[in-house]
Design a protein around this ligand. Structure first.
Ligand code: URP
Ligand code: ZN
Ligand code: ZN
Length: 469
């Protein structure tokens, strides 16, 4: 199947030009001006942008968490992603304590079996290197294309690891060329604050934020940075939400250290006041780190503009309000932590980043596609529009108007974090490896056609940024 995308404005992290893109055998084979080639399918992209398919480096599909399981499985998550212009994501395999990494990986591969629409990779969330997986087994994961290790420095009594596990994992990563990712919050201090808040009779959703102050994120971010330096491992800090965490990342990058950070769409738009919404509606915004006071939003916009933060993910971890968030109606600490977002990252960042004049189109592509692909060993197969790259492409209509709503989104969640937001600009056609997945608001791709992608090691990626995998 060949496809010719004609006359679109091709936008990559570096370029912006009008041209034709010819796709054969799942990859981009020619890019040029007024190409005279026969194709099975011609898509007229005049007046539209041609963007690389977005890459979401942080999602949680079909994941047991907080006494329940995230409501989007691989199928609904992938459909949701495709409608939002995301054609590849990296999900978290969670190692249950006492289980080997191989067992955990097998479980996650089974969850995707027959359900994948977009391409996907896995990070390994390490919870236990004593009883379950060994450090040797951890070291073998990059051979299977799992080239990032994630550690939770919070969620005490559940996913949280101690500093020894964090540091030993970093040492393994320094040897194997994997990238270490941290959820950076001081879980011990937070556990004390939660216990004290509950003992004082505070049960409402906004106590989620009051028991996780920005300083607990700043402290853990700095601790992880310093430990990564000692271990000699590269570090990626996930879901940075506040000034206190941005500052140590900025200082480390200023010194040229191998430290990167991401923030997530919701931190630009949802602030602390959302948690105070009455009738338990605040529970919709209980995710971790919590929504911060509004002044942190400008800090985050500056950080993504100035490359202090290098990527924007969604941290899609969806629960319905009715029946899942309500598990914590009488106790904020029992509200499952997480929110939906996989479908609206490009809509929201285009509207409030690009159209509002905060970042350029090129920077948007870099934050949503190119940098996630580079950092996680997918580039240049994913994350750009180039000859030899996978034909993961978004024909984006910059004039299309959309009102974001749970009544029309494809996630199974019964609410949307950005409900009622009006945006101008949305994907019109979405292709993954040359197959049209979404066209004119219809799903046309085949469920089951998405593939697991073996990712390159971080160090290889830095050394060979131009080789097609
Ligand atoms: O609240 C969140 N972010 N849930 C997902 C798990 C995590 O911490 O990323
Ligand atoms: Zn987290
Ligand atoms: Zn997450």
């Amino acid at each position: 199947m060949s496809v010719l995308i004609k006359g679109g404005r091709v936008i990559t992290a570096a370029d912006d030009y009008v041209g034709d893109v010819f796709v054969e055998d799942e990859r981009i084979s020619v890019i040029g001006e007024s190409l005279d080639v026969g194709a099975d399918r011609v898509i007229d992209a005049s007046g539209k942008y041609v963007l690389p398919g977005c890459v979401d480096p942080h999602t949680h599909l079909d994941m047991p968490f907080g006494g329940t399981v995230t409501i989007d499985d691989v199928e609904s998550g992938h459909v949701s992603a495709a409608f939002g212009g995301t054609t590849c994501h990296v999900d978290f395999v969670i190692q249950p304590q006492g289980q080997s990494f191989a067992q955990a990986l097998e479980t996650w591969h089974a969850k995707a079996n027959g359900k994948a629409l977009i391409d996907y990779g896995y990070h390994m969330a390490v919870t236990d290197v004593r009883e379950g997986g060994s450090l040797e087994e951890l070291a073998s994961l990059p051979e299977q294309g799992v080239t990032s290790y994630k550690l939770f420095m919070a969620y005490k009594g559940a996913l949280m690891v101690d500093d020894e596990t964090l540091f030993r994992t970093m040492q393994v990563a320094a040897e194997t060329g994997a990238l270490v990712m941290v959820h950076a919050e001081n879980g011990d201090a937070i556990a004390v604050l939660i216990e004290q808040a509950l003992a004082a009779g505070h049960s409402e959703p906004h106590w989620h934020a009051l028991t996780r102050p920005p300083e607990t994120e700043g402290e853990a971010t700095n601790r992880a940075i310093q430990l990564a330096r000692v271990a000699g491992a590269p570090l990626y800090v996930v879901h940075v939400s506040c000034k206190e965490a941005v500052e140590p990342i900025a200082a480390a990058r200023e010194k040229g250290w191998d430290i990167w950070g991401e923030t997530c769409t919701q931190y630009f738009f949802v602030d602390y006041s959302f948690l105070e919404r009455p009738d338990f509606e605040g529970a919709k915004y209980v995710y971790t780190p919590p929504p911060r006071p509004k002044e942190h939003q400008d800090v985050l916009w500056a950080a993504v503009k100035n490359d202090v933060l290098s990527a924007i993910s969604t941290d899609h971890c969806s629960f319905s309000w009715d029946g899942q968030k309500t598990l914590g109606r009488d106790d904020f600490s029992k509200i499952p932590n997480g929110g939906p977002g996989l479908e609206n990252r490009l809509h929201m960042i285009h509207e409030f980043g690009v159209r509002a004049g905060r970042i350029s189109l090129n920077r948007m592509v870099e934050l949503l596609a190119t940098n996630p692909a580079k950092l996680f060993g997918l580039y240049p197969r994913k994350g750009t529009v180039a000859v030899g790259s996978d034909a993961d492409l978004v024909v984006f209509d910059p004039d299309k108007r959309l009102t974001i709503s749970a009544s029309t989104h494809r996630s199974k969640a019964d609410y949307n974090l950005f409900e009622g937001t009006e945006v101008t600009g949305a994907p019109e056609v979405v292709l993954r490896r040359g197959e049209v997945l979404v066209e004119n608001d219809e799903l046309v791709g085949r469920i089951g056609s998405g593939q697991f992608v073996r990712r390159a090691r971080f160090r290889e990626e830095l050394k060979a940024p131009t080789a097609v995998a």
